[in-house]
Ligand binder design. Structure first.
Ligand code: NAD
Length: 485
């Protein structure tokens, strides 16, 4: 199987690679070079209709295929992803701008883990039974929802795309999936892998296109019974407005503005090392990045000076160079947005301690979209810089004195995705973990992921949980059967 990136991407419908019905395409740009290197289908409602027809035809057989058979196919997909790690990682980096070392170490291995995890999960999935003593027995059937929609963003392209698709098809659904139009390549390559793995035609249909042109047609289609969406809070709101009155099942994984709470008694070296990662990994374009760094006042100056000194050394460079720690941001639109957020921080009275500017590279990357790691201080909790998601290599520092003040600052946000707590005092860690308004808390670590745990946010960070049984429950409908004895 040849998994080099083609000059033209195709949709995957009914088990075959197809051009969009309108024959319209959009340019796909490598953000590290500025070069348009492929064309992406600009699919619309007619392509969604064709995908739904394929899914409808496949559903009766797939939804009754024994779990062990589904396990085998998903496992084959995982193995093929592993075998093609190098091509997939290169495609991800060229599409997204992230360092190749990161694609190889995190993105692509996690995509195969997603398939392997839910392949084995479906073999162990079980349902409840409720006995009414000698009167009756209830048992719960969990049946596939039917045809479901999976829509994902550009920041962890194959990683998040497969995080939705794998549980959906493991549970016996047929899927209409749309990756981000900004990073379509690895989803296209996944189509080829699914064909090679023997996934029956129509079980997974991958459409490429924009949110308004293609995503919204998936959300609005009456035959699609559940929508699993990861992306911005703005799009999540639009999706809920259409899907909720149609009574579709909804899982919305949205934006974040995560606090990183650092107490004076933390393990300094581990905290420093991890805070650099949680601030700037993937150019700060991870929904779980800690963008509001809250530091106890007794260590504030020491932290600030050392953090700035270490961040200054992060090498912004060609994503293909293994010495680069920071790659390009994903697109011109996002580059402009991040720089305008930095300008806003200046207008709001923030002091830029580091960065605040584009980074200019030479040679192959001279036209790339690079931004220096940026650290800002001097802004209060209620300004726009500290309230709105920037989703780039930009963090702010705020001092606090007491535990109560730390909590208050942490919870001054409309978002509630994740939080990180740094302290050696285990009682304090547990107290704060219980009171921070976030769906995911890390204590003395960051982005340590066990795929069985519930994943998702509160407040404007979304509704529903992914991961483990939560995902398999989302993609199935419980039906109670009561049998009188
Ligand atoms: P986005 O909302 O612009 O797009 C996400 C996906 O939705 C894309 O495929 C897009 O084409 C599609 N889309 C957009 N509008 C749509 C509509 N009205 N109907 C249907 N589909 C639509 O987000 P993005 O810029 O690609 O990604 C960045 C955002 O994703 C950030 O806000 C980030 O925090 C969030 N994110 C959240 C998580 C999480 O797990 N909570 C993980 C990663 C990223």
């Amino acid at each position: 199987m040849n998994l080099t990136a083609p000059a033209q991407i195709a949709n995957y419908i009914a088990g075959t690679l197809q051009a969009p019905l309108s024959n319209k395409y959009m340019p796909n740009v490598n953000p590290a070079t500025g070069e348009t290197y492929s064309q992406t289908p600009d699919s619309d409602a007619t392509d969604v209709e064709a995908a739904v027809a394929a899914a409808r035809a496949a559903l009766p057989a797939w939804s009754t295929t024994p779990a062990e058979e589904r396990f085998k196919i998903l496992n084959r997909i995982a193995t093929l992803i592993d075998e093609h790690l190098d091509e997939l990682a290169l495609a991800e980096t060229n599409d997204n701008g992230k360092p190749l070392t990161l694609s190889k170490r995190v993105d692509i291995p996690r995509a195969s883990s997603n398939f392997r995890f839910f392949a084995t999960g479906i073999m162990h999935f079980s349902t409840e039974s409720h006995s009414m003593e000698d009167k009756a027995i209830n048992y719960t059937l969990r049946q596939p929802v039917g045809i479901v929609g999976c829509i994902s963003p550009w920041n962890l392209p194959l990683y998040l795309f497969t995080w939705k698709i794998a549980p959906a098809i493991a549970a016996g659904n047929c899927v209409i999936a749309k990756p981000s139009e900004v990073t379509p390549m690895t989803a296209y390559l996944l189509s080829k892998i699914c064909i090679e793995a023997g996934l029956p035609a129509g079980v997974l249909n991958i459409l490429h296109g924009t949110g308004p042109g293609c995503g919204s047609a998936i959300v609005a289609h009456p035959a699609i019974k559940a929508i699993s969406f990861t992306g911005s809070t703005r799009a999540g709101r639009d999706i809920a407005a259409v899907a909720a009155p149609m009574f579709k099942k909804l899982s919305l994984e949205l934006g974040g503005k995560n606090p990183n709470i650092i107490f004076a008694d933390c393990d300094w070296e581990k905290m420093m090392r991890t805070t650099l990662q949680s601030s700037f990994s993937n150019q700060g374009q991870i929904c779980l990045c800690g963008s509001r760094i809250l530091v106890q006042d007794s260590i504030y100056e020491r932290f600030r000076d050392e953090f700035v000194a270490r961040a200054r050394k992060l090498n912004v460079g060609d994503p293909l160079d293994e010495n680069s720690r920071q790659g390009a941001v994903v697109s011109q639109m996002h580059y402009d947005k991040v720089l305008s957020c930095i300008d806003l921080a200046r207008q709001e009275g923030g002091t830029i301690l580091l960065g605040g500017q584009p980074a200019t590279l030479q040679g192959r990357c001279a036209n790339g979209l690079f931004i220096q790691p940026t650290i800002i201080e001097g802004l209060g909790p209620n300004c726009r810089t500290n309230m709105e998601e920037i989703f780039g290599p930009v963090v702010t520092l705020q001092p606090f004195s007491t535990e109560e003040e730390a909590l208050q600052l942490a919870n001054t946000s409309d978002y509630g995705l994740s939080a990180t707590i740094w302290t050696q005092d285990i009682s304090r860690a547990n107290r704060i973990a219980a009171q921070v308004q976030s769906g995911i808390i890390w204590v003395n670590c960051w982005l340590l992921r066990d795929l069985r745990t519930p994943f998702g946010g509160v407040k404007n960070s979304g509704v529903g949980r992914e991961g483990g049984w939560d995902a398999l429950r989302f993609f199935t409908e419980p039906k109670n059967v009561c049998v009188e004895l």
